[in-house]
Ligand binder design. Structure first.
Ligand SMILES: Cc1cc2nc3c(=O)[nH]c(=O)nc-3n(C[C@H](O)[C@H](O)[C@H](O)COP(=O)(O)OP(=O)(O)OC[C@H]3O[C@@H](n4cnc5c(N)ncnc54)[C@H](O)[C@@H]3O)c2cc1C
Length: 297
């Protein structure tokens, strides 16, 4: 039997593996796609304390090397279900079955895409899903935020402190965001709100430089340097039942990363939390291992 099985090879999962191995425990990381997780798509990371600037791919590669050198083992498989059995938990994948004293779910989440042509190609070249991560790259520039909920308005207010001009583009007339956020945005000269508008086209040769909107059925082109898509995130945690999820599908875990199931912990973007960043993913990895060491060994 293994000591730790870690589901997901992103920042939270690989950080968990480093901490587990350094505690002299065996750790298997199971990843369905490519090791490194979401951050692989980021051209520049400038907010990880102690690292001034690094590409997301290099960050992921360094973290993978660190986990490997610490002694972690790895499998490229998709976890289909977990079966808690009291003192241990069995993890069933598309090709195998593994049992460990502690399981850390670090399955991340995905940002919802707008679904416009060239969106994927322009990620990191003007298209972003994270104002906190990438806002600083648009100092004094013009950006657009798409969305009408709290996330979109929080992003727009944050960006208003960095960029020169911020458009908020929303497909409806009314917003789901709290009124206080809407009022603050409306008070700012650097924020312009365009309602009943849908992004139809992304312009720019290699780098985004404009959008074509459909505003009430009329095409309108605006010049922007950045587009922040804030239409929600999608966790994919259904496979981990009976682990409890909140109404948005995130795993419910306490500040020690404990789920409702003994011996099963949640770390990183897959859990209910307020800040989804590399720092918090890495921190969760350390905390989940520390809690498991105290409870299961
Ligand atoms: C483009 C972009 C830029 C970003 N820039 C920054 C930045 O500059 N600074 C910053 O702090 N944060 C940034 N972030 C956010 C940061 O990447 C995330 O907060 C962080 O990656 C979360 O790590 P995680 O390990 O929780 O999840 P993830 O990185 O999402 O990793 C989860 C992994 O689990 C795997 N997985 C899921 N389900 C299963 C399953 N059933 N079986 C096996 N494997 C599974 C997934 O394939 C994935 O690899 C950025 C995000 C994006 C998308």
């Amino acid at each position: 039997m293994l000591d730790f099985i870690i589901i997901g090879g992103g920042t939270a999962g690989l950080s968990s593996a480093v901490y587990a191995c350094r505690a002299n425990k065996t750790a298997l990381v199971i990843e369905r796609d490519s090791f490194g997780g979401q951050i692989v798509d980021a051209p520049n990371v400038e907010n990880y304390p102690g690292i001034v600037n690094i590409s997301g791919a290099q960050f992921a590669s360094d973290l993978f090397d660190q986990a490997e050198k610490s002694g972690a083992s790895f499998k490229c498989e998709t976890v289909l279900k977990i079966v808690p059995e009291g003192a241990c938990t069995t993890v069933v994948t598309d090709t195998g079955k593994y049992t460990a004293k502690a399981v850390i779910i670090a399955a991340g989440c995905e940002h919802r895409r707008l679904g416009v042509p060239r969106e994927e190609d322009l990620i990191g070249n003007g298209v972003s899903y994270c104002a906190l991560c990438d806002g600083a790259f648009f100092k004094d520039k013009t950006v657009a935020v798409v969305g009408g909920g709290n996330a979109a308005f929080t992003d727009a207010l944050y960006l208003a402190g960095v960029a020169g001009l911020v458009y908020i583009i929303h497909r409806r007339d009314g917003f789901r965001a709290e009124q206080a956020l809407i009022d603050r945005a409306k008070e700012l000269n650097s924020v312009r709100i365009i309602t009943n508008a849908v992004v139809k086209q992304l312009h720019g040769d290699g780098e985004l430089d404009g959008l074509t909107l459909d505003v009430n059925g009329v095409a309108q082109k605006i010049d922007v340097d950045g587009l922040f898509v804030a239409i929600g995130q999608q966790p994919d945690n259904a496979a981990f039942a009976p682990v409890a999820l909140d109404t948005d599908g995130y795993i419910v875990a306490d500040d020690r990363c404990r789920t409702n199931i003994r011996g099963v912990y949640a770390a990183g973007d897959c859990r209910a939390k307020t800040v989804r960043q590399l720092t918090t993913a890495a921190a969760d990895g350390a905390i989940a291992v520390d809690t498991a060491l105290k409870e299961m060994f």
